[in-house]
Design a protein around this ligand. Structure first.
Ligand SMILES: Cc1cc2nc3c(=O)[nH]c(=O)nc-3n(C[C@H](O)[C@H](O)[C@H](O)COP(=O)(O)OP(=O)(O)OC[C@H]3O[C@@H](n4cnc5c(N)ncnc54)[C@H](O)[C@@H]3O)c2cc1C
Length: 481
């Protein structure tokens, strides 16, 4: 296939994946520009060798399910990255908790749980499904709405407050009252709009054979072997041996071995488009290429194009981001947690600075240590922490809530506080149209530019890798005749 001289902006997981797929599809010449001195972006692992535990300041687990899950597993398989599956029977997969009304509440994890009244809910959960069944079609068809209002309309306020809102905190540190229903429940929303109810829609499409096969179209031959294994063995999620940062590192190594230049500490400062392609303005050089794939956060990308394309910059800037505090803590004993599980989430109606606590040492073996990660802030960062909270203030708050919620009275032996500024994009109501608008602008003005990464097509690792793949596969090779 004819080559296409391409630059990838950003050496996070999405940019590195874009590099991988570009190499596979077009070969070289190809350079990845990363402004920081390391690859991985928000994926960052700190390993304490003498004590055999790790701290993750960003993601720690990946879900194997669906098309996007299968795609990541294909990449993991091709890179030979050693992974650590968590089966669906594992305690970390089965036990998920919320902290509400002053107590730690286990969420139901079997169909039986639908028929009992479990705190903080005041009635059995099957009644929420019944509510959906008897609540008819909405009078006016919606194109989008908040996930909170959708859940409240279909399943009632308790489900919106105690199931959906904390889940949104856990996934994107956001406020369910602002996040688009299309972010997580697009297919349920569309079924409701079409059939007048979620349950009705699910049942109808099941019986009419409407459910699509997951991986259709993506894989040339058969499904990746690891994906088949994950389905067979019922993996709920998986991590990476020695921490998730091994994945971007493996990608970088692979790219290096195939002569792809990954230039660290090289910030792209602006882009100028012309008839022959695009010129990248770096600190001390200008580089012409035929095409740019950007995996940068939308607000950073806006800065690069604002002089030549202010209206595109405004559309990119309209995607909001939130700040998250991540506090990693290690304790010497492994007998501190009274209940085991993946961790707990805190519903925003509780009005606490916490988003949730992850029980890392329940998910993965940590050699006799208890390791916890407290997440705080998100959409409510400024409200709780103001402009410049100190690390000590943040650690004290995290320790206080660990004591209060988990009854762990001792102080952690090791801890790390990270304030991750503008780390998670918020897919607020109208996000899908905003992204369509951005890509339409690029197409209309025939800009040699593709955008991928967490700002556009989903915020999970699977989503950003698939986003990179789809953007690369949509590119046309340049004829060299
Ligand atoms: C605290 C936290 C926990 C998470 N947990 C999970 C989880 O458990 N599972 C999961 O699936 N997902 C999780 N996520 C989401 C996932 O980590 C991210 O969506 C993903 O890492 C984003 O990757 P990316 O490549 O799109 O962006 P980024 O990681 O933001 O990478 C962008 C890169 O671009 C670089 N850059 C910026 N500006 C420039 C410039 N001008 N020139 C050159 N380079 C530039 C940056 O330095 C960065 O390296 C979590 C995210 C956070 C923040």
């Amino acid at each position: 296939m004819a080559s296409l001289s391409t630059a990838v902006l950003g050496g996070g997981i999405s940019g590195l994946s874009a590099g991988y797929y570009l190499l596979r599809q077009f070969g070289k010449p190809l350079t990845i520009y990363e402004s920081s001195p390391r690859v991985g972006g928000w994926i960052r692992t700190e390993k304490h060798r003498d004590r055999s535990f790790i701290f993750e300041s960003g993601p720690r687990t990946i879900r194997p399910k669906g098309l996007a899950g299968a795609n990541t597993l294909e990449l993991v398989e091709q890179l030979k990255v050693p992974i650590k599956p968590i089966l669906s029977s594992h305690v970390a997969a089965r036990n998920r908790m919320i902290y509400a009304k002053g107590e730690l509440c286990m969420l139901p994890n079997s169909p039986k749980g639908l028929f009992s009244t479990l705190p903080p809910f005041t009635q059995p959960l099957y009644k929420a499904l019944w509510h959906d069944l008897i609540t008819g079609s909405t009078p006016a068809k919606h194109d989008d709405e908040s996930i909170y209002s959708f859940a409240e309309r279909r399943f009632g306020k308790e489900i919106a407050d105690y199931a959906i809102s904390p889940m949104i905190c856990g996934i994107c540190a956001g406020d369910a009252r602002e996040i688009s229903v299309r972010f997580l429940m697009e297919s349920l929303f569309e079924k409701e709009q079409k059939y007048g109810g979620v349950l009705k829609g699910v049942l109808y499409s099941r019986f009419s054979g409407g459910a699509k096969k997951d991986s259709a179209g993506l894989f040339a031959q058969s499904q990746p072997a690891l994906y088949s294994q994950a389905c067979q063995e019922k993996w709920a999620m998986y991590g990476v041996e020695d921490g998730l940062e091994q994945l971007p590192r493996a990608l970088r190594k692979y790219l290096g071995e195939h002569d792809v230049n990954v230039q660290l500490s090289t910030e792209c400062r602006s882009l100028s488009f012309n008839n022959n392609g695009v010129r990248l303005q770096l600190r001390d050089a200008e580089v012409p290429v035929e095409h740019v794939v950007s995996s940068l956060p939308a607000y950073k990308m806006a800065q690069l194009v604002k002089t030549q394309h202010p209206s595109l910059a405004a559309q990119l800037q309209a995607i909001p981001y939130v700040d998250v505090v991540v506090v990693n803590m290690q304790y010497d004993s492994d007998e501190l947690l009274q209940r085991e599980g993946f961790g707990l989430l805190v519903p925003p109606v509780e009005k606490l600075p916490l988003l949730g606590i992850i029980f890392d040492s329940c998910c993965f073996e940590m050699a006799g240590n208890t390791v916890l990660t407290v997440m705080m802030g998100g959409h409510w960062f400024n409200q709780w922490f103001g402009n410049r909270p100190t690390q000590k203030q943040l650690l004290d708050i995290a320790v206080e809530y660990v004591r209060k919620i988990l009854d762990i009275k001792e102080a952690p032996k090791f801890s790390r506080v990270h304030t991750l500024h503008q780390c998670i994009p918020q897919y607020t109501v109208g996000h899908k149209q905003r992204v369509e608008g951005i890509r339409r602008y690029i197409k209309t003005y025939k800009l040699p530019l593709s955008v991928c990464g967490a700002a556009y097509d989903g915020v999970g690792i699977n989503d950003v890798i698939l986003s990179a793949r789809r953007q690369v596969e949509a590119l046309q090779p340049v004829s060299t005749a």
